[in-house]
Design a protein around this ligand. Structure first.
Ligand code: ATP
Ligand code: MG
Length: 557
């Protein structure tokens, strides 16, 4: 679907009106402004789809801007991962990526301008005093004793700050607004602080760094952003942005707030995701259980599925929680339509066809996709010894059993009908091999007189390829792992069964030609993708065929 034919939302309504009134001369310029202090997650995907999608819809452009004002927490690794993720999602930013640090000189000059206007001052209150003077939501704050310094004195002190005459935290530059404002953000907020740290972009050039609020609104203005779209928590900061931009007389990007994405069963806070990585609860930022874009990609999610999901959840101004099954549905839908089928036996047991010639081999040609002929066909070899999944045989089957049992018949997918004569057991009484007969007249046709109830998947033992299969499941077993609990944290809700590694799987040989990252439906097992990173036959379960959690939840109620 092209961007313009997609349904609109309250933001496109605002932009339509702006375009009618000529407010920004019909120009639409947005930006996606991550702080490079972690990997992007599914919540960021919503913001990316929104900002880049709006630019596309209005033939405008979208900047990628790194809000890099906290060098201690940021890194080039994060910058690179963010660029990769935005591109992978299918979006193109305007020109080179931008950095707030590109504007450090301009921001410094704006700060000097505020001082010259008598609108900013250097303050020496320490952190504790600052809190005390700030007041509370119910009580107004008090003016700092340093508030009335002269312009000349402030200019000299700010120059000293910049020149490294102060230690970290000794002094700050504050905007002079209103210590009695009911909006705490307007109570003389800090706009510059001293930090003697190396910056990943500017090196050791600066030892004063601008605060986020001061930087953000001015970076938008410098880039001539027309619509500055952000999440609802910044609504209370808007009056401060307005003050900064109006006082300095810059262009004034229009801020529009929307509700952030919250997903049940999921944590989307960079700080907490970092904790999962640092404390090794998961295997890195791209662990397939992580809600990061890189984790979802490695899990087998496609960019299309994520974009469709973001489209479907819509954009509103009221907070809500989206069911993670909607995300799972989006990838199931994409893979059902677009992924080739293949046969993989996850927990193999051996089947010997007693009446099949010892050294005979047949090659069956099967469709890659049941509905899509363009997906083509592939060759699947067949021989006397096969593997089927242990779960597809039962000696004492439950009612309505449609798979293999003693004296029962099933069809092998794409092959013959077989009947089981005997189950061979080991000393522990476990079935280790099935002796079966095949019916040579049943290739592609049902036998005379009866129709086998079930179809099972299989691989030929001598042709099968060994594979490792990672069965991933939801990382948290609580629908709100991130809520405030008296005695628990999100770490207490980690699903111990979120990963089962099967090292004994047998897959059909056509999978040797698969590409890293390629998705498949393993017949009757679920959707899987070949692992993006590891060499060899390693497959990750993206999602089960059906929503098994819905069943569990229904039972629990
Ligand atoms: P987190 O809350 O996960 O730590 P953040 O807001 O600190 O994320 P930023 O790097 O500042 O991370 O985010 C970049 C952009 O992505 C911001 O415009 C922010 O509003 C948006 N964003 C972050 N989380 C979400 C979310 N859950 N839903 C929608 N947009 C989000
Ligand atoms: Mg943020």
């Amino acid at each position: 679907m092209s961007e313009t034919s997609k349904p609109g939302n309250f933001i496109t309504q605002i932009i339509d009106k702006d375009n009618e009134s000529g407010k920004h001369n019909g120009v639409v310029m947005t930006r996606f402004p991550p702080e490079p202090n972690g990997y992007l997650h599914i919540g960021h995907a919503k913001s990316i789809c929104l900002n880049f999608g709006i630019a596309q819809r209005y033939n405008g452009q979208c900047n990628l801007r790194f809000d890099d004002t906290n060098p201690e927490k940021e890194s080039v690794e994060y910058i690179e991962s963010i660029k990769r993720d935005v591109e992978w999602l299918g979006f193109e930013w305007k020109d080179e990526p931008k950095f707030a640090s590109d504007y450090f000189q301009a921001l410094y000059d704006f700060a000097v301008q505020l001082i010259e206007m008598g609108k900013a001052y250097v303050c020496e209150l320490n952190g504790e005093q600052m809190r005390e003077y700030r007041g509370t939501l119910k009580e107004p704050g008090k003016n700092s004793p340093y508030r009335d310094r002269s312009v000349a004195e402030n200019l000299a002190l700010f120059t000293d700050m910049k020149n490294g005459k102060y230690k970290d935290g000794e002094v700050v530059l504050r905007a002079k607004i209103d210590m009695a404002s009911p909006n705490m953000n307007l109570r003389d907020p800090i706009i510059y602080r001293v930090r003697h740290v190396h910056h990943h972009q500017t090196g050791d050039q600066w030892c004063v760094y601008p605060m986020y609020d001061f930087t953000h609104c001015l970076s938008d203005a410098i880039e001539n952003i027309t619509h500055s779209i952000c999440t609802l928590e910044f609504q209370d900061h808007r009056p401060l942005y307005d003050w900064v931009l109006d006082t300095l007389g810059t262009v004034h990007p229009q801020q529009i707030e929307f509700a952030r994405l919250n997903l049940n069963y999921t944590v989307t806070s960079k700080r907490k995701l970092k904790q999962l990585v640092d404390e090794k609860h998961v295997d890195g930022w791209d662990d397939p259980r992580m809600p990061t874009i890189s984790g979802l990609r490695r899990r087998g999610y496609t960019a299309l599925a994520i974009r469709n999901f973001c489209e479907r959840i819509g954009v509103t101004r009221s907070d809500g929680v989206v069911d993670v099954s909607m995300l799972e549905h989006a990838i199931r839908e994409d893979l059902d339509a677009n992924a080739n089928r293949a046969m993989a036996v996850l927990n193999p047991i051996k089947v010997t066809l007693t009446n099949y010639p010892e050294d005979k081999e047949e090659i069956f040609t099967v469709n890659n996709h049941p509905k899509n002929e363009d997906a083509g066909q592939r060759k699947v070899p067949f021989s006397k010894t096969l593997y089927i999944d242990a779960a597809d045989f039962a000696e004492e089957p439950p009612r309505k059993w449609k798979r293999l049992t003693l004296e029962g018949a099933v069809r092998l997918r794409g092959g013959y009908v077989i009947t089981c004569d005997e189950a061979i057991k080991n000393e522990a009484g476990e079935v280790v091999e099935l002796l079966c007969r095949y019916d040579e007249n049943t290739l592609g046709v049902n036998p005379e007189g009866y129709k086998p109830k079930g179809v099972i998947h299989w691989v030929s033992a001598q042709h099968a390829v060994d594979a490792t299969v990672n069965l991933y499941d939801r990382l948290f077993n609580n629908d709100a792992p991130d809520a405030n609990y008296e005695d628990k944290t999100f770490l207490d809700f980690i699903n111990e069964e979120s990963l089962t590694v099967l090292t004994n799987a047998k897959v059909e040989p056509s999978l040797l030609a698969s590409e890293k990252g390629q998705g498949f439906q393993f017949e009757r097992e679920g959707y899987f993708c070949r692992d993006l990173e590891k060499d060899g036959m390693v497959f990750n379960r993206t999602v089960t065929l059906r929503d098994s959690w819905a069943k569990i939840e229904a039972k629990g109620k």
